[in-house]
Each structure stands twice: as C-alpha cells, then as structure tokens.
Design a protein around this ligand. Structure first.
Ligand SMILES: C[S@@+](CC[C@H](N)C(=O)[O-])C[C@H]1O[C@@H](n2cnc3c(N)ncnc32)[C@H](O)[C@@H]1O
Length: 276
C-alpha cells in the first residue's frame, strides 16, 4: 500500500483528493493557525493588495494549492503560477468550490513570458529555483516602475535536527530531498544589495523564525514525517500526534511572535520598483 509520503512532496496531492478539495481547504485553515507565514507574511501581502486599484494584476509565483491566493481581497486580478500540475489542478478545483475567480497557470516561472504585474510575491519558492540569476532576471522583467515585490526567503541554512535529517532520507524521495529539503539560504545584506542593483528600493524587512519558531518548525517537520510514513488507510492514526501537536505548535509560534527576533531563519522582504 502506498505511503502518504509518496504524494505529499512539494505540496502535491493524490488524484483521489481532487474529488475532495474541501479536505485540502480544511488543511489550509488548520495551517493558518500554526504556520508562521500566515502570522507574519500573509497580513503584509493582504495589506499590499488592499492598496492596489481595482483590476490591478497580482502574481504569486509557486502558488502551490492556492493557500495564500484564496485569502486575498477580490478587487484585483489574482494569478497563481506553479510548475507542479497536481498543485494547479487542486488549486483550480478549490477555486471552483469557493467560487473564487483566480487564474492558475501550470508553468515553470523561468519560462514565463515577460508581462507586467503590479505585485509579485513568492513565499518559500526562491530557494527552490536552482538558477538564482535567472530567477532575479525574471522578477526584474515582470516588474514595472511602481510594482511591489514581496519575497519570503530563508536567510539561514535549513538546519535540521538529526532526527529530521534521518527521517527525511527515509521517507522522501531523493530528488525532492536534493532540490528542496537542503534548500539554499541567502545572506540578507547581499540579497538586499542585489535588489537595489535591480532598481528596487527596500520598504521593509521582517525577520521570522527566532528560537521558538525554529523549534516549532523542527517539531512540525517531525510530525509531518511521522504522518508521511503511514499508509493511507491509517491516516487517522496521525490524529494521536496532530491534536496535541497543533496546540504545542500554536503556543510556540505565539511565544516566537512575542519574543523580539533580531535573528531568525527566514525573512520577508518588501520592496518597490523605482527605476527600469
Ligand atoms: C514550499 S511550496 C510554497 C507554496 C505556496 N507559496 C505557499 O506558501 O503555500 C513551493 C512551491 O513552489 C513551486 N515551484 C518551485 N519552483 C518553481 C518554478 N521554477 N516555477 C514555478 N513553480 C515553482 C513548487 O511546485 C511548490 O508548489
């Protein structure tokens, strides 16, 4: 019997689940409680969208199953792009269920035609694109003077607990571990210089995942790997660790937010294009 881990890499979902997008939606909602990007990142992206005029164009690169797009204001044109077909199909079926007008494109970001957007954002995606220079060139090509950019990137090595390193090798397929789990990190100073050299001015940098956030992230990974090791028929068993786990994660993230972070594992960078 296939293990859950066979399907869950890069947020792709098994084909049977396309019939039950509400289950995925339920997962999105739980994630909102215990995933840092919802606490720090999504409110900032929402605020940027809110300030855009009606009909402005917003592009999420690496939109997965549309988790963030579906929470955004509706007066703009929302576009999600992802290279994994399963993700796009799932996002489309959720969009139908929610009756939300979002356009989804199944394509590699690097091969996207140059077209201008008013806001471009990438959450946890830039580190997964092997050719950094090409990705930055593409971002530059899609932005016009006045466009906003929001990038959520790791700024420290994706260090993993020994247990999680071992579990990831056991459970995930080698290509995935190679391309994603060991993900790159970006030195913040040189990254900011890079953006400025490409005509962007920095508006704000928010450091996330301090000590408690990182603890929560490692715990989240362990619980996820345990779940991925289960065969599908036994998925309910994971409630034994997810029910208390969600509460502990919630409390750890709360502590992380209350504790001022001068250093962290990731950063949200907000910038505006000032010159071509
Ligand atoms: C960690 S997931 C993040 C999903 C979503 N942004 C979120 O926060 O819920 C990274 C996503 O980026 C997509 N991705 C990675 N490289 C890409 C590329 N070159 N072009 C388009 N999508 C890409 C993956 O398929 C995956 O869905």
């Amino acid at each position: 019997m296939k293990k859950i881990g066979a399907y869950s890499n890069t947020h792709s979902f098994p084909s049977w689940s396309f019939k039950f997008p509400r289950i995925v939606l339920f997962w999105h909602r739980l994630n909102r409680l215990v995933t840092l990007r919802y606490w720090y990142v999504v409110p900032k992206i929402k605020a940027l969208v809110k300030d855009l005029p009606r009909g402005a164009k917003v592009l999420e690169v690496g939109s997965g199953s549309g988790e963030i797009l579906f929470t955004l204001p509706k007066h703009v044109k929302l576009i999600g792009l992802d290279m994994v077909k399963d993700n796009i199909q799932m996002a489309e079926s959720i969009s139908q269920k929610l009756n939300r007008k979002v356009e989804f494109i199944n394509q590699d970001f690097l091969s996207l035609e140059d077209e201008k957007f008013d806001l471009i954002y990438m959450v946890g995606v830039l580190q997964a694109i092997p050719n950094f220079e090409a990705a930055m060139n593409k971002i530059q090509g899609l932005a016009q003077v006045g466009s906003s950019l929001a990038l959520y990137i790791p700024i420290r090595e994706h260090s993993r607990w020994k247990l999680n390193q071992w579990l990831s090798k056991k459970i995930q397929d080698a290509d995935y571990v190679q391309s994603h789990a060991q993900g790159k990190h970006f030195p913040l100073d040189s990254f900011n210089i890079e953006l400025e050299s490409r005509g962007f001015s920095l508006d704000e940098t928010i450091i996330t995942y301090g000590i408690f956030g990182n603890l929560a992230y490692q715990l989240y990974l362990s619980l996820n790997y345990l779940t991925q090791a289960l065969p599908f028929a036994l998925i309910w068993v994971s409630l034994i660790w997810w029910l208390p786990g969600f509460l502990i994660l919630f409390l750890l993230y709360l502590l992380d937010i209350l504790w001022p972070n001068s250093e962290g594992r990731s950063a949200l960078i907000l910038a505006t294009k000032q010159r071509p």
